[in-house]
Design a protein. Structure first.
Length: 171
């Protein structure tokens, strides 16, 4: 990424160079060989298109539930976390209706029990438990432990559940 010098600043593409502005600075780079058409048609991008479609659905589901949240529960970052949860639910193989019901249960009714059985949450907890075993179960500060326990979905695991997973017992 090279900075544009001089008094005249350019935006757009000329030949094989792409001129653009980022914040207050102007830069130039080589034109990408990747085109919109290739991303939409090439079999190499099949998984990327599927992920984008799934994320688009997650955004719509999260927005649907967010609109029904009480004003006190709305705030900075809530919709982003809800979208992440919706995306994880869809990644776990749930269909649209099931994902919407699960999101409603979690955010409108406060029931996170269904999320605790999710393969993503369990695998994240198992990964964390292995890290804790590797440290010899050294005592962590409460703040650090709480931060680590909110591995995915924002679901806090108890210390007992993490250690049970470390020992191989069902959580």
């Amino acid at each position: 990424m090279a900075r544009q010098a001089g008094h005249i600043k350019i935006e757009g593409t000329i030949g094989g160079l792409c001129f653009y502005r980022l914040g207050e600075e102007y830069y130039v780079r080589r034109k990408s060989s990747l085109s919109r058409r290739r991303v939409l048609k090439d079999p190499c991008f099949t998984r990327s298109r599927a992920a984008a479609e799934r994320f688009g659905l997650a955004v719509k589901l999260a927005a649907q539930v967010y609109r029904r949240l009480p004003a006190a529960d709305k705030g900075h970052g809530v919709i982003g976390r809800m979208t992440a949860v919706a995306n994880r639910i869809l990644c776990d193989g749930h269909k649209r209706d099931a994902a919407l019901l699960l999101l409603e249960r979690v955010y409108l009714h406060g029931d996170k029990s269904g999320l605790l059985q999710s393969p993503h949450v369990v695998s994240a907890a198992e990964k964390l438990s292995k890290q804790l075993v590797g440290t010899g179960f050294r005592r962590l500060g409460k703040r650090e432990l709480r931060r680590i326990m909110k591995v995915q979905y924002g679901v806090p695991f108890t210390e007992e559940r993490i250690f049970a997973l470390a020992r191989g017992a069902p959580g």
